[in-house]
Design a protein around this ligand. Structure first.
Ligand code: NAP
Ligand code: MG
Length: 509
């Protein structure tokens, strides 16, 4: 892996100065929520500390919002929806504001990259080549969709004098609750869809990595988005997130996070006001490698994906199934690819893989690995944390992980791959059965050249996405899971439709 030539990565010398300046400005930044266009402390005046996961040292304090702040934010969003200009603007004006927001973010992409790296731990390379362009593409794609939201008028018979049709209207107040593993991208793509549809929003970013969301909030005014349309309440999930899920005046909650919290949000939505839900949840995605695949490319991509965000990537292929005749060479190539990973602070020079988000996440990964080793799995490489400051974890290869072991079933969210061979003469349905042996169904990666293998497996896999012979997320393609990976899809006009409600009309004469 080599550092990208993307010009938005700082030169090393400029980066050190920019980082120092960023740390200073964060240390001086008062902990504030954005409600009705005004930055103000939490009602309780409580705050939370935000750490740099590469050192464990504090970098900022944020306001600890709770249900009182959520009430104010939802009321502001409701007023902006009922009385404000946003949902009433010609769609082209909403589109213009979203394009302006994209431009405002793009002008500061160096700052965003550094901020996200400092806050969430990821390598600058992964942000500059991944989250930033994906987020901007998503925002601009949704800006384009704003003028293309339409209902339908069914064909009428010649003698019909009335008219039937349906409209699409903005759903109302949308709550956006996001995780820490891709904070900028998750907030931006949900916000873009909501705003394009004419909704107003309350965002509750993850307490562990909330800073890019606050920075996006600062730019909304500059982009011409009216006060009250975008409200941001930082705080814990239990205090602020749950208050949104239970709120009787929120029309939709778009959530990305763990399956467990997703289930509690769906229950709260059902209990409160039947608000709509979009749930992007966990994954335990399979990668299947056949003997005719490009093994070098497969090994590099599979290891690259698990190193990307230190394995804290919902769609990462973490269960690798490989045809027996190429098992040994693939393992060797994966091993070598892991050796090449340069581990360090995300914002440091040449880093491929940064730290995990917290010591708690790292201990959880260790616990899952230890549990499976005791049950008979073997560590071929890594398997433990790195000593020293920060929350670093060694890239890990595990063999002999039986399907019933926790390491093969649970989402580890760490740079850990389980590799299992399948027989050379296994049928496609046998391979699919291995891949589908999971409560999750987010993504599947397929490495094969034979078109019959590829098409046969695409039809058999129980996932919301299949990636054949490499590639990552795409901002314009629907994304989401089946089974316990979620409910609904994001991106493009499919994702946009979640933020609209249909009104059917019969027009008499
Ligand atoms: P999480 O613990 O479920 O938290 C996600 C968000 O929900 C955070 O903002 C969290 O607040 C909040 N929250 C926690 N408890 C809540 C409650 N009872 N009611 C309402 N909100 C609550 O997930 P995470 O640990 O941040 O993120 C990792 C998970 O996200 C993984 O499972 C990963 O697979 C999933 N993920 C899925 C996708 C996808 O697109 N499918 C993408 C990325 C990540 P605090 O954490 O601030 O307390
Ligand atoms: Mg959490």
């Amino acid at each position: 892996m080599t550092e990208s030539a993307n010009p938005s990565v700082y030169a090393a010398s400029d980066r050190a100065a920019a980082l120092q300046q960023l740390r200073q400005s964060l240390a001086q930044r008062p902990p504030r929520l954005l409600i009705d266009g005004v930055w103000r402390p939490a009602l309780s005046a409580q705050t939370l500390e935000v750490d740099d996961p590469a050192t464990g040292e504090p970098i900022a304090r944020i306001a600890a919002g709770d249900s009182g702040d959520i009430d104010l934010a939802v009321a502001a969003a409701r007023r902006a929806f009922r009385e404000g200009p946003w949902p009433r603007l010609p769609a082209s004006r909403r589109a213009a504001a979203l394009f302006a927001l994209a431009d405002a973010i793009e002008r500061r992409q160096q700052e965003f990259a550094l901020l996200e790296s400092l806050d969430a731990g990821h390598s600058l390379m992964s942000i500059v080549n991944g989250d930033l362009p994906l987020g901007l593409r998503s925002l601009r794609d949704y800006a384009g969709w704003a003028t293309k939201i339409a209902g339908e008028v069914p064909m009428r018979s010649a003698d019909q004098r009335g008219m039937d049709y349906f409209l699409r209207e903005p759903i109302g107040v949308a709550a956006i609750v996001t995780p820490w593993n891709a904070p900028f991208l998750m907030v931006l793509q949900k916000l873009a869809a909501a705003l394009a549809a004419g909704c107003t929003v309350v965002i509750k970013p993850a307490e562990l990595a909330p800073l890019s969301a606050l920075y996006i909030g600062e730019l909304c005014d500059e982009a011409g988005i009216p006060a009250g349309v975008v409200n941001i309440v930082t705080g814990t999930g239990v205090a602020a997130g749950q208050a949104l899920a239970e709120h009787p005046d929120v029309n939709l909650i778009s959530f990305t996070g763990s399956t467990q919290v997703g289930q509690s949000i769906m229950a709260a939505a059902a209990r409160s006001n039947l608000k709509r839900v979009v749930l992007e949840l966990g994954g335990k995605s399979p990668a299947m490698v056949f003997a005719d695949a490009d093994l070098d490319k497969a090994a590099t991509a599979i290891v690259g994906e698990i190193a990307f965000k230190s394995g804290q990537y919902c769609a990462a292929g973490s269960r690798v199934y490989v045809q027996a005749s190429v098992h040994a060479p693939l393992l060797e190539k994966m091993h070598a690819a892991m050796q090449r990973i340069r581990i360090g602070a995300g914002y440091a020079d040449g880093t491929d893989m940064g730290p995990m988000i917290s010591d708690a996440q790292r201990r959880r990964a260790q616990d899952l690995i230890d549990h499976s080793l005791a049950a008979g799995a073997r560590v071929l490489r890594g398997g433990h944390a790195r000593s020293g400051p920060g929350y670093f974890f060694e890239p890990t290869l595990i063999a002999d992980a039986r399907a019933d072991m926790r390491v093969a079933q649970e989402e580890i969210f760490a740079p850990v791959l389980c590799v299992t061979p399948f027989a050379d003469d296994a049928g496609l349905s046998e391979v699919a059965a291995l891949a589908n042996d999971s409560r999750y169904g987010l993504s599947a990666k397929l490495w094969a050249r034979d078109i019959g293998t590829v098409h046969g497996l695409i039809g058999l896999l129980e996932t919301g996405q299949v990636i054949v012979n490499g590639g990552g997320g795409e901002a314009t393609l629907p994304f989401g899971g089946v089974k316990q990976s979620g409910y609904g899809r994001e991106n493009g006009h499919v994702g946009l439709s979640a933020f609209t409600e249909i009104k059917s009309v019969r027009l008499g004469y």
